[in-house]
Ligand binder design. Sequence first.
Ligand code: COA
Length: 329
Amino acid sequence: MKARIVSTGAYLPSKILTNLDLEQMVDTSDEWITSRTGIKERRIAHEEEFTSDMGLKAAQEALAQAKLPPEKIDLIIFATHTPDHFFPSTACMIQKELGAKNAAGFDIQAACSGYLYGLSVAKSFIESGAYKNILLVASEKLSSIIDYEDRNTCILFGDGASSAIISNEGAGLIIPHICLGSDGDQENLIKLPAGGCRKVASKESVDCREHFLRMEGREVFKHAVRRMEQAAIECLEHEGLTDADVSWLIAHQANIRIIDAIAKRFSIPADRVYKTVHKYGNTSSSSVGIALHELLLDGNVNEGDRLLLVAFGAGLTWGAALLEKNSNG
Ligand code: COA
């Protein structure tokens, strides 16, 4: 039995933060941001709009597309590192709103690799026979942990959510293989220093702005390209495939230069590399899911097409997933 993605969803907040807006906030320019990252604008959630709200909207879209009643969901996996609360889990919060009363639910945290980590967990549960229908949601309100006085980081990130229903039958995208990796030796490269039990929230931690994301951008860049390339090779080789067998590449939408560097290493033509980074920036765990959803909506994925998804994030974590379009169920 092969797990398959039978539907997808996405949600982006309506408020747009452009590079020109950022020019008014920090010492930067549209030219610098565009040339170094490819990002022109990103979406920012409303003050009263939270990770669970965005995830809920993405989930509702995937459920509607699959025509699946919420009671038929067996498990909710919610990938986020900007949860509404430490607990209860964001999965439980959307379970209530969806009325998915027969589902178990938990959150997973693999930073920007969260969608692929979640997909891998879903695939395993389906293929073990434990569950029939799993709702995967990846959602981030990154604007809640970004320091809008730090030009090194505030230009990169945006808010958004994506979702998928993974089932044991039906037409969709079969998931032949996923590989994951992590390297805790590099845990300091992207970090939220305070707010956990190691450094509890205090006046001092707030004064030091330690509740905002910190990142060594240049180092992260190098690891990102290397690790996503390595994961992609591992994934393709496992299936006896090469880059020539890939119809579409969807890489984590962090920076256009990272995406282009990976595409170049695999000789994948530019028009087969799907990008949303220019309009949404880096939406962390939700990024590959949003791109996958929009690629499918465009209608350019044909029977037998193979999609290669690669992601990378804090931890460090990374992963690659191979998907194959199969309309026959
Ligand atoms: N506007 C203008 N100048 C800026 C700036 C901004 N928004 N941000 C940084 N700079 C400056 C730096 O201060 C530095 O100045 P200095 O040389 O006087 O110290 C200069 O630009 C070059 O910085 P550098 O870090 O070398 O730039 P870069 O080409 O590596 O690009 C990133 C910076 C962050 C865009 C890039 O490293 C990157 O994308 N890294 C990966 C980040 C990422 O994807 N993180 C999430 C992974 S999940």
